[in-house]
Design a protein around this ligand. Structure first.
Ligand SMILES: [Zn+2]
Length: 108
């Protein structure tokens, strides 16, 4: 039996059971999840690889922009640098959140 009332591991929306399948579907983000004994067993996340690659690319861009601004020395814009750092923190934290699910995607 599937466990009832499972939330999507990715976006936390309530997941729904499909007919004749052993996994749950998230209507919000399209993630598929299989649970075993109340524990998450396997996941399918649409566009997973692409999102990780996007995050890696954005992280590299931000690093370059931070360096470029820093090279201006006295003329550097500290507020711009701070906001780039903040965006980079968000990117890195989403990257680590996504990366955590790798083990479950491998089991799908
Ligand atoms: Zn979801």
């Amino acid at each position: 039996m599937l466990s009832e009332e499972e939330h999507c591991p990715l976006c936390n929306a309530m997941m729904s059971e499909g007919e004749g399948v052993d996994y749950l579907t998230c209507g919000r983000c399209g993630t598929l999840a299989r649970f075993r004994g109340g524990q998450l067993d396997a996941l399918f996340i649409p566009g997973y690889r692409r999102r990780l690659e996007e995050l890696e690319r954005r992280n590299r861009e931000l690093l370059e922009m931070i360096e470029a601004e820093g090279r201006k020395g006295e003329l550097r814009d500290m507020r711009a640098i701070r906001s780039l750092h903040e965006e980079r923190q968000r990117i890195l934290s989403e990257f680590s959140f996504y990366s955590y699910f790798q083990q479950f995607l491998e089991r799908w």
